[in-house]
Design a binder for this molecule. Sequence first.
Ligand SMILES: [Mn+2]
Length: 343
Amino acid sequence: MEDLDKTIAELKIRLSEKGLKAVIIPHISPDGDAAGSCSALSEVLFRCGIQRQILTCDFMPEYLRFLKNIPETISYQERAEECKCLIADADLIFMLDHNTVKREGDLAPWVSAAKADRIIIDHHPEPDCQQIVISDTRVSSTCELLYQVITRIWGREMITVDVANALYTGINTDTGGLSHNSSRPQTYRIIADLLELGLDKAFVHRQIYQMNHLSRLRLIGNALLNKLQVSSSYPVAIIPITLEELERYNYKDGDLEGLVNIPLSIHNVCVSVQITERRERVKLSFRSKGNIPVNEWAREWFNGGGHLNAAGGQMQLPLEEVVRKVWETVPLFFDLLKNKGLV
Ligand SMILES: [Mn+2]
C-alpha cells in the first residue's frame, strides 16, 4: 500500500531527530498483541538510542511479563504523577493496538492534552485523526504491522530474539493461535522471517499457554459447566461471570483470556458473548464466526466496538440487567443482519 509506505517514511524522518523522548501506550487491559507490540517497539527504540517508556492506565497481565521491557511498565494506578510528567514531556506518543485515545482509560485526558506528536500503529477500523496514522485492517495483528514498520525504517537486523519473540506473541494471540484472521500468506512469511531471526517459538508457546495456575482452570471450568447459556432460537451463546466468582477463583489479570472463544467451537453457535462483572462496570466481549459483524452489536447497544469477529463493550448497569439487555438485543441484531443479507 502506497499510503502506508509514505506514512512509514514520514515516521522515519521524525525518528531521525536528535534527543527524542517517547512514550508507548497499549490499550486498556493489554492483551498479547498490545503488550507484544509495546515490548518490541520499546526494545527497538532503546537500541536506537531513543529515550522511551511504556505506560499503561491499568496493568500488564502476569502471563505477559516474560516479554522484554514489560515488567518495567509504569502503571497510572500506581504512579500517576510520573505518568503525567512523562506524557507532558514526550516528543512522541506511540498508541499501539488501539485506534482512539478513548481506549487509554485514565491516561486519555493527559495524552489528548500533550504537546507530543501522536503516532497510531494499529489494525482496528476507523482510527482517530492523529499526526501519524499507520493503520491496516487487513493484517493479523498490530505486531504484524509493526514488523513492517521496523524492517522498513531500520532493517531486519534490528529484530533481536527478544523483538522476534514479542512480535510473534502478538501475531499468535491475536489470531487465536493462527486460527482466525490469519489467511494471508504474508503473515506466514513474517513468521518465517522471525524464525530465521531467532524467534524461540517453543519458549513463547510455553509462556503463553503452559503457565496456568489451577485456579484459572477451575474458573474457566466453572464458567463452561455452570454459566454458559446457549439460545434455543439463535446461534448465540453467552457466559455471565460475577465478581464473586472471580474472587472465589482468585482471579488475576489475563485469567479469562480465550474463554469467550470456546463456545464458538460448538457446531451451531456463531456468536459468543462473555459478560464479566467488574467493580466499576460490566465488561462485554463479543466473538463471531464468518461474516457476522459483532462490532456493530457492541457499537449499537453496548458502548463499544472493535473488529468484525472480535469486539468489546461496557455498561454501568448491574450484571443481571446487562445479561437481560444482551438477550433482548439478540433478535434486533439478527434483524439487522437479515437486512444486510448476512443471515
Ligand atoms: Mn490487536
